[in-house]
Ligand binder design. Structure first.
Ligand code: B1M
Length: 210
């Protein structure tokens, strides 16, 4: 699709208004919000990620791309949340300490809301105390943790170990995700499951609530 390719370019160039316009056009053509999200936005960010890795793009440019992506996500958020799905449970989600990447976490949160979960998003750069406080607030079924850096993903184990020490580990389903993780890592740190993407996170959360 021409427009999707154009949107990949616009995301690359950090053009927020163009991205918002593109999202609206695709929705107007009858695209499902999730299709717009994955094809136009996540697809575009994948290209940005490659050139960031290869030293073609730098932090300021990637920040602009992230800002443009968030503009598009803001339009899709209410559409993904308004599915009228029955209430499934409550999830606390946050990115771990030392890590400020939040797009994937936000996307998981949006999809979980759409699936009927109450989502308590505690943001980025969360130390053990922040997770504990959110869990202590009560009525939480699932803890979701996100990490995008190989240097921050070990912190997930720090959080889980702290939960074990406090004797609350088994009160929650712990789901983890983020680009550098894999199934093996999820098992090794004692999480209940690793979720490759937001759709898998929703399916996995539903399985654990059943
Ligand atoms: Co960063 N960055 N970044 N960055 N950045 C990566 C992650 C990197 C892979 C880029 C690269 O080199 N190719 C690399 C990490 C390398 C490594 O660790 N091995 C990297 C680096 C190095 C850095 C800095 C250190 C750069 C620097 O300063 N020199 C720095 C670190 C800052 C910090 O956190 N302390 C940094 C900064 C930034 C920006 C601020 C510029 C920006 C973040 C903006 C923001 O988030 N608000 C940024 C971005 C945008 C990226 C890339 C390009 C894109 C990430 C993204 O949003 N993807 C990324 C490249 C890449 O990932 N290939 C990169 C789209 C998103 C939808 O996917 O987040 O994977 P993702 O989420 C998916 C799944 O992973 C999963 O579901 C989501 C939806 O399907 N998922 C979960 C994620 N969390 C989940 C939680 C769950 C379940 C599923 O819980 C249940």
């Amino acid at each position: 699709d021409e427009l999707v390719l154009q949107m990949h370019d616009d995301l690359y160039d950090g053009l927020k208004e163009e991205i918002e316009e593109g999202v609206n056009i695709l929705l107007g053509r009858g695209w499902q919000p999730y299709e717009v999200l994955t094809n136009a936005l996540v697809g575009g960010m994948t290209i940005v990620g490659k050139d960031f890795r290869d030293g073609i793009l730098f932090v300021p440019e990637v920040l602009l791309a992230a800002n443009a992506m968030k503009g598009g996500m803001a339009i899709l958020k209410p559409l993904l949340a308004e599915t009228g799905a029955p209430r499934m449970g409550t999830m606390v989600i946050g990115t771990v300490k030392g890590d400020i990447h939040d797009i994937g976490k936000n996307l998981v949160g949006m999809m979980m809301e759409g699936a009927g979960f109450e989502v308590r998003d505690i943001g980025i750069n969360n130390a053990v105390d922040a997770y504990m406080e959110a869990l202590d607030a009560g009525d939480v079924d699932i803890l979701g943790m996100s990490a995008l850096l190989t240097t921050t993903m070990p912190y997930m184990k720090v959080v889980i170990d702290a939960m074990i020490e406090k004797g609350v580990r088994d009160d929650y389903t712990i789901l983890v995700g983020g680009a550098p993780l894999n199934e093996e890592f999820g098992k090794a740190i004692g999480a209940d499951a690793y979720c490759r993407d937001a759709a898998v996170a929703v399916d996995t959360a539903k399985e654990f609530m059943a």
